[in-house]
Every structure is written in C-alpha cells, then in structure tokens.
Design a protein around this ligand. Sequence first.
Ligand code: PMT
Length: 224
Amino acid sequence: ELTADLTGRHVVVSAGGTREPLDPVRYLGNLSSGKQGYALAVTAAARGARVTLLSANATLPDPAGVDVVHVSTALELREAALKAVADADAVVMAAAVADFRPAEYATGKIKKKDGVEPAPVALVRNPDILAELSAHRARSGQLVVGFAAETDDVLANGRAKLARKGCDLLVVNEVGGGKAFGRDTNSAVLLSADGAEAEIADGPKESLADAVWDAVVARFDKRV
Ligand code: PMT
C-alpha cells in the first residue's frame, strides 16, 4: 500500500561517488554505484515528495518524476547541495564523498618517464558537506540525515561520526568484503541524535530507504 506521507515535502538526496580529477583522464574515486541514493529518491517520490537528486557519477537512468542534478566532484556536489537545500524539509546524504582531492590538476595527461620514480600525489581536504549542512540549516526544523560507511568497529565509529557531523540521523552500514557498495541489498543501524538506535534488516535498498523515510516522517510529525 502506498502512503503519501511525504506529500508537500521537498527532500534532497545525494547519490553515487565523487570523482576527484588528477589529469584529463584519471581520477580518485570510490565504489559507489548510486543504487542506495536512487532507491531513496524513488521511494520518496512514491510517498509524494518533491525530490531533488544530486547524482555523482552514477550510471543509472534518471528516475521518473525526480529532479536530477548531475555532478562529479565533491566541490560540485557541495555547490549543488547548498542550492538545493534552500527550501528543503529534509536532506539525505547517501553519496560517498571523497575526503581528499589531489592538490594539483595536471591539464595534460601525466606521463611516465623512463628511469624516473613516480612523484607522490599530494592531497588536500575537501569540505565536509554533511557537517556544513548540519551546522547551518537552510530552514528551521530542516532534518539532516547522513550515511556512514564503516569497515570495522561499525557502531562505535558510527556513534562518534553522528556526534562529529551534527546531523539528526545517521544510517550506519558496513562496507568492505563485498558489502553494500554496488549490491542490490543493504542492512544498517539507524542512529538518532536523541539516542535511539534501530536495526534495519538486510533487504532490498528500497526497503532500507523506506525505513529511513519512516524515521524522517516520524520526526516531522513530532515537530508539527
Ligand atoms: O551507491 P551504492 O553502491 O548503492 O552504495 C551505497 C553506499 C555504501 C555508498 C551508501 O550506503 C553509503 O554508505 N554512503 C555514504 C558513504 C560515505 O561517504 O560515508 P562516510 O562515512 O565517508 O561519510 C559520512 C557522511 O558524510 C556521508 O553522509 C557522506 O555523504 C558525508 N560526507 C563525507 C565526506 C565529505 N567530504 N562530505 C560529506 O558530506
């Protein structure tokens, strides 16, 4: 049964993985396919929301009835996010964002030279978009939801990340060993800034997405 419990809401979802270019043909990237973020966008639209999907390098087709903004780098994602959240009721950052980018971009393809060791790649920090959106809510009462991709000490790292990022909800999923990235299924623990913790059982990424929207709707209902 379809419940249109997001009717009248504008939600912003990020999906995919950023790419940080080294030269015209190379980049630092990650394994995100965009499936989890697209599942969030599709389920929100099915529940009646107006959806803006910020898509970083996903190769999935644009979902019907969703406004899609295509970006590539973390800096582009930040620009698009700051613009999109201006009138949003909720924002969910499911994209895998590079923490670092190459300090320099070579305008020509980097060449190997015989007998010369490759130069190390210097990196600089990218802005933390989730922390910024959490600290400067574009609207009062705006809900900010993050994801955490963890390979070990999943819960402890998740709890620390929730506090550090300052978001309302954090969806902690285990990655590595073939988990989460690229798959059609996912499981997670949903951590709340108010201390609540709930497990989301392994299942299709759409089911996990619906569980996230259930938690978001419950918080909207508490506020209004
Ligand atoms: O795309 P799929 O193949 O379906 O895989 C889904 C997924 C594993 C990518 C997804 O479920 C997920 O975990 N996304 C978050 C990945 C990530 O970047 O996690 P993190 O722990 O590094 O970052 C924590 C949070 O901060 C995330 O909400 C991230 O969007 C945000 N962040 C991180 C760095 C940064 N510079 N800016 C950010 O906003």
